[in-house]
Design a protein around this ligand. Structure first.
Ligand SMILES: NC(=O)c1ccc[n+]([C@@H]2O[C@H](COP(=O)([O-])OP(=O)(O)OC[C@H]3O[C@@H](n4cnc5c(N)ncnc54)[C@H](O)[C@@H]3O)[C@@H](O)[C@H]2O)c1
Length: 411
């Protein structure tokens, strides 16, 4: 085997397929039997454009045992790295796989951390291998961090173009990792492990913060009776020094936790936690806005459109839609959910919005920006139904509006 990929999730499986497509012999390892069964039967376990075709075409060996990965010259870890609620990285999966690998690793191998990790983790991994196996990392064993910066749904499109950051422990580790990843075609940028770690987590912190500002502005606008879309237009129009992003429910498995990898040893403790609190309070802000306009939600029908954490993905992990639904249920509302992309079963669009007292666009799936969606809400929801659309997916340019105004947009 040229390369083993341990963790065939949303990052690992497309990566393994792309390595195989580049002509490498690849072993994919995952402890999840369902995941392996799906891949074995040629079925992608999640939506990733272009991956089905690769899965059907390229050869991929599979195993359920991390230790088998040591057959390969290079081992790439694409394991999950959640954050504990203590604001601290949870390295449980990485530690567990390292312990499985320890007895079977050989001199001359390369171990790559592809997971998103807290600064210092790559040096920790190198030190762990030196401590327990006596390797001299950078001389007789090689360790590097090559962070994944691709967005879900764009993996295959971006893997060959997005600059690939390679942080090797010692020059030789960097060279070995660069040689492996250059097979994927993207330009290689070499640096130190900690700079690679910082570059990845701050790529995500930048996005998380960028989207927190318009959300805080949205809340300010509600307080002062202003329209957030008008204010953003005033900020951005013909202004040459950057612009304000637009509001929406921002979370997902990466953005929601990666800030914690800075926050755990922060020089300004609480700053990024504040960013997270803004994002996490958007569902409550929307519900409070509804209650201000309609009163109690008890036994009132609320249609929630979208369960995924972002547009057109089937990834529901850490989506704020789920938090929104939970909060609505605590208001004793009758919640009807529609999402045509996710695997979770939901009701049809017409059934969700039919007779609704409130319609909330929680995910800006492209299907919600179509004339059919407008028509359905206008026809089926009733004139005085409150429509909540922080994304402006429907085009009314108001966070809180009424179905009658949405109906007027059809003209
Ligand atoms: N999802 C994204 O869009 C994305 C983008 C960039 C970076 N990342 C980062 O990449 C990493 C992986 O993310 P993901 O979304 O692919 O996670 P994931 O949960 O989809 O995949 C992780 C996989 O590892 C497997 N696994 C766990 N322990 C194992 C073990 N002991 N042996 C074998 N397999 C094991 C799990 O079964 C799972 O299939 C994370 O650090 C994440 O922050 C994710």
């Amino acid at each position: 085997m040229d390369v083993s990929v341990i963790g065939l999730g949303r990052v690992g499986l497309p990566l393994a397929l792309c390595f195989a497509d580049a002509g490498l012999t690849v072993l994919g390892v995952d402890k999840d039997a369902d995941q392996l069964d799906a891949v074995r039967s040629g079925r992608m376990p999640f939506k990733e454009p272009g991956a089905d075709e690769l899965l059907a075409r390229v050869p991929l060996e599979l195993s359920a045992h991390a230790a088998d990965a040591a057959q390969a010259d290079a081992i790439v870890l694409t394991l999950g790295t959640p954050s504990f609620s203590h604001i601290e990285i949870d390295m449980g999966d990485i530690r567990s796989v390292l312990d499985d690998l320890l007895p079977v690793l050989r001199m001359g191998q390369l171990l790559v951390l592809r997971s998103t990790v807290a600064p210092g983790t790559t040096e920790f991994v190198a030190g762990y291998l030196e401590k327990h196996r006596g390797f001299k990392v950078g001389e007789d064993f090689f360790v590097a961090h090559v962070p994944e910066r691709i967005a879900a749904d764009r993996f295959i499109a971006e893997i060959g173009t997005l600059p690939c950051i390679v942080g090797g422990v010692g020059e030789a580790s960097g060279e070995r990792a660069a040689r492996l990843f250059e097979r994927l075609g993207a330009p290689i940028v070499t640096t130190t492990p900690v700079q690679a770690e910082l570059a990845k987590i701050w790529t995500n912190i930048l996005r998380y913060t960028t989207f927190a500002l318009p959300n805080l502005l949205m809340m300010d606008c509600e307080r002062y009776g202003a329209n957030v879309f008008d204010v953003i237009e005033l900020i951005n129009r013909d202004y040459p020094r950057g612009g304000m992003a637009r509001p929406g429910l921002t979370a997902g498995t990466c953005l929601r936790k990666d800030f914690a990898f800075s926050e755990e040893k922060s020089n300004a403790p609480g700053m990024l936690l504040g960013v997270s609190r803004v994002q996490e309070s958007v569902p409550l802000f929307l519900i409070d806005g509804v209650k201000r306009r309609l009163g109690s939600l008890r036994e009132r029908k609320v249609a929630v459109l979208g369960l995924a954490f972002k547009r057109d993905t089937d990834d529901e992990r850490d989506s704020l839609s789920h938090k929104l639904v939970r909060l609505l249920e605590r208001e004793l509302a009758d919640v009807a959910i529609h999402d045509p992309v996710v695997a979770t079963p939901t009701v049809g669009f017409e059934e969700a919005v039919g007779g609704a007292d409130v319609v909330i666009v929680a995910t800006n799936h492209s299907v919600y920006s179509t004339p059919e969606a407008l028509r359905m809400i206008a026809d089926r929801a009733g004139e005085d139904c409150l429509v909540v659309d922080p994304w402006n997916a429907l085009g009314a340019a108001q966070v809180f509006t009424y179905a009658s105004e949405v109906a007027a947009l059809r003209a």
